[in-house]
Write a protein that binds this ligand. Structure first.
Ligand code: GYE
Length: 345
């Protein structure tokens, strides 16, 4: 009897120990990290105007997910700087750990960024930049070199028109610009206007297409009514280019790179929209300068570096290519650096 009782007691103890252990193990694997363990980030996105923007938003939401240790508060500014300022003030009130800002325009940020600085919240800029008195109002920036994108595109146009033997004064360009005052517009427009000055092209007009298909279509329709000798259309993003192509075709004209024989050549930026890449493949868009929107993991890496006590570089550039299916140009050179053209297949 005694022995049996001892055996039973030992068994009970073992069962209890095992079940305790397993409940501890289960707890540690199933319990979600508490809110305090997550890094809280307030992300003010400027809007949802283009395919580039939606891909960028998706990349940010995926990288700054709860799974990756983030509590993300996402606000869409609907293209209005005032909405973005309100969002930043809300993030400050919520005492977030970081503010990530994709600013609609460059100017007008000093006051609200001062407020973030006073609250001790680091600000990371993504995509576009801000033009502020004091650069210390933000920690760092990650995005594209928009002026270089413009220079690359202008060089491609130059090399192409030289290759087909066109005189610079016979190159009649219109520019469908992006949202005025945004870094992407400023850089891409400068890339073109500098080239116009250097090469002596005929820049007929510039209209604002706001980075949207609708405005690209309207802008192009208006330009076609005013000018009958446009042969190059410089669209500051793919969505505008798709709209512009619609307008050109609706006016009974043909898009393509055979500008010596009356075609209208369309070039653009981004390379993320499926339809635009398809157009590049069949030659409706002659060249696309890539603009990479996948900044989520880049912002995540910057936050991790700051968390680890490091000081990231102030300006972090993404390297980019050009897409074209026009034969004859395999690379271009800008300021002594060569960039190869990626064929679209
Ligand atoms: O090219 C355009 C978007 O700022 C790089 O904004 C971005 C630009 C992009 O709407 O499609």
């Amino acid at each position: 009897m005694k022995t049996r009782a001892v055996v039973a007691a030992v068994l009970l103890l073992l069962v209890t120990l095992v079940s305790c252990r397993s409940s501890v193990v289960e707890e540690s694997t199933t319990v979600n990290p508490s809110e305090e363990e997550l890094i809280t980030v307030g992300f003010s996105q400027l809007g949802a105007e283009s395919d580039w923007r939606s891909t960028n938003t998706e990349s940010m939401l995926t990288a700054l997910s709860a799974e990756n240790g983030y509590n993300l508060i996402y606000k869409n500014g609907q293209q209005k700087q005032s909405n973005q300022i309100t969002a930043i003030r809300m993030f400050i009130q919520q005492e977030v750990d970081y503010i990530v800002l994709a600013p609609a325009t460059e100017t007008g940020w000093d006051t609200v960024l001062e407020e973030a600085k006073e609250a001790g919240i680091p600000v990371i800029l993504v995509d576009r930049r801000v033009d502020v008195e004091n650069d210390n109002l933000y920690t760092c920036w990650v995005g594209s070199d928009f002026e270089l994108e413009g220079q690359k595109m202008a060089t491609w146009i130059y090399d192409y028109t030289c290759m087909i033997g066109m005189a610079p004064e016979d190159v009649h360009i219109v520019n469908i610009q992006g949202s005025l005052g945004s870094t992407a517009q400023i850089g891409r427009s400068k890339g073109l206007s500098d080239a116009v000055r250097i090469y002596g092209w005929d820049l007929l007009d510039e209209v604002c297409g706001d980075f949207t298909e609708t405005k690209g279509r309207e802008g192009m329709a208006q330009l076609l009514q005013e000018y009958d000798h446009i042969n190059v259309v410089y669209c500051e993003n793919d969505n505008e280019a798709i709209g512009a192509i619609d307008a050109i075709e609706a006016a009974g004209k043909t898009v393509g790179s055979d500008i010596k024989n009356g075609e209208i050549m369309v070039v653009s930026f981004d390379g993320i929209n499926i339809k635009a890449l398809e157009y590049a493949k069949i030659g409706k868009i002659s060249c696309i300068a890539e603009c990479n929107p996948l900044h989520g993991p880049r912002v995540q890496a910057l936050i991790e570096a700051i968390e680890a006590g490091e000081t990231p570089d102030k300006f972090n550039y993404v390297s980019e290519t050009l897409f074209s299916s026009v034969s004859g140009i395999t690379s271009i050179e800008v300021e002594g650096k060569s960039y190869s053209i990626t064929p679209v297949t």
